[in-house]
Design a protein around this ligand. Structure first.
Ligand SMILES: *[C@@H]1O[C@H](CO)[C@@H](O)[C@H](O)[C@H]1NC(C)=O
Ligand SMILES: *[C@@H]1O[C@H](CO)[C@@H](O)[C@H](O)[C@H]1NC(C)=O
Ligand SMILES: *[C@@H]1O[C@H](CO)[C@@H](O)[C@H](O)[C@H]1NC(C)=O
Ligand SMILES: *[C@@H]1O[C@H](CO)[C@@H](O)[C@H](O)[C@H]1NC(C)=O
Ligand SMILES: *[C@@H]1O[C@H](CO)[C@@H](O)[C@H](O)[C@H]1NC(C)=O
Ligand SMILES: *[C@@H]1O[C@H](CO)[C@@H](O)[C@H](O)[C@H]1NC(C)=O
Length: 322
């Protein structure tokens, strides 16, 4: 038994990522689980700027600095990308693949490290962030660290060290771009098992570029211990869609330790406290307003507005790397 523990902590150190820690932690996945309060062992989890949160869309504030994201490498075909069952989630390792983002109101470039998912069970949803107090079936998080800080670990101690791009996943038609990931879940049922995924583009897993202009922004934390308050959170308004069957595969194929299905892997929503959630002002919204202006104003204003619209459009056209 002691040997087991020792071996496990060595493995955890070797695969040390955002979601692993030498001491383990758990979610209350069902009524039979009683996990210690994270704050008992990880003091940062008791902080005042924790994640996830409920996003009340009616109390968000528009921030005009929240411009479009520019995605680098998201359109490249990736091969031999490792997908790991780490016992808390399924994580796809993107480090070394040269994927990054800038724009989106971020100060500088942020490099992608991994993405992972949160889910519920066959009957209950499992997103982390709530939308007007409702959970969605799943949530995808793409974790990036700030390039100028060095690596992921270096960034974990800086208030703006990480940028996580979050996507709600709702029920829809079968999404063939997720077929490979979903199918390979069956090959990594146990903790520490790995599969390779190939011939996919990050961009194909996400809504189209022009649907990524609307997003929510707030400052928060990792949603797992050690709960560092270092994350610039982005939750995109446009959702990813998977079929019910694809969604169900996560909670039925993947196991935690001890042959227990990995289900209900989400942290409960945390108090907003003094924070405000901001919202980008979409291009399409600007365009609509401009058109309204055009039809009601004089030629003088007309010309000025038109020039502005034109400038915005060419700006938008430059940002087509995704
Ligand atoms: C698990 O549930 C117990 C009892 O309700 C609670 O005290 C504890 O904080 C919960 N743990 C987590 C990690 O949510
Ligand atoms: C990432 O970029 C570096 C520097 O430009 C290059 O040497 C490396 O081969 C690239 N890696 C991949 C996987 O494209
Ligand atoms: C608006 O967003 C920018 C870019 O992220 C940020 O620097 C600024 O503080 C935000 N404005 C407010 C009022 O929070
Ligand atoms: C799913 O999880 C919810 C919330 O914990 C629970 O009430 C429900 O019984 C679970 N359903 C199944 C099929 O396990
Ligand atoms: C991670 O960073 C912390 C402080 O920034 C440092 O003490 C620690 O040694 C680093 N760990 C690794 C594995 O690099
Ligand atoms: C995944 O790819 C790596 C490197 O290309 C290889 O060493 C490993 O055996 C592959 N794993 C599986 C499960 O195919």
């Amino acid at each position: 038994m002691y040997t087991n523990v020792a071996v496990r902590s060595v493995t955890l150190l070797l695969t040390c990522t955002l979601l692993s820690d030498a001491a383990d932690w758990c979610y209350n996945r069902s009524s039979s689980d009683t996990c210690d309060d994270w704050g008992d062992h990880y003091p940062k989890c008791k902080g005042k700027s924790q994640s996830p949160i409920n996003i009340d869309t009616h109390s968000t504030k528009v921030n005009r600095s929240l411009d479009n994201f520019m995605f680098e490498g998201y359109d490249e075909i990736l091969s031999d990308v490792q997908m790991v069952n780490n016992g808390h989630t399924v994580q796809v390792l993107l480090n070394g693949k040269n994927l990054s983002v800038n724009g989106g109101g971020l100060d500088g470039e942020y490099i992608a490290d991994q993405f992972h998912l949160h889910w519920g069970n066959r009957t209950a949803p499992g997103s982390e962030h709530q939308l007007n107090h409702a959970q969605l079936p799943m949530e995808l998080h793409i974790v990036h660290h700030k390039a100028s800080y060095g690596d992921l670990n270096d960034s974990l101690s800086k208030p703006d060290g990480l940028a996580v791009l979050g996507f709600w996943i709702d029920v829809g038609k079968q999404n063939t771009n997720f077929d490979q990931i979903v199918d390979k879940l069956h090959t990594i049922p146990n903790k520490e098992e790995r599969a390779n995924i190939s011939n996919f583009k990050m961009a194909d897993l996400l809504p189209s570029n022009c649907e990524l202009q609307n997003y929510y922004r707030y400052h928060g934390s990792l949603t797992t211990p050690t709960c560092n308050e270092v994350v610039i959170w982005t939750m995109f308004e446009t959702k990813i869609h998977l079929s019910q069957q694809q969604i169900n595969t996560f909670s039925t194929a993947v196991m935690a330790e001890g042959d227990i299905n990995l289900i209900n892997i989400f942290r409960s929503v945390q108090p907003l406290n003094s924070r405000t959630v901001q919202h980008s002002q979409a291009q399409s919204l600007l365009l609509k307003k401009t058109i309204a202006l055009l039809s009601y104003t004089h030629t003088h204003t007309h010309a000025r507005t038109h020039a502005r619209t034109h400038a915005r459009t060419s700006y938008a056209n430059k940002r087509t790397s995704l």
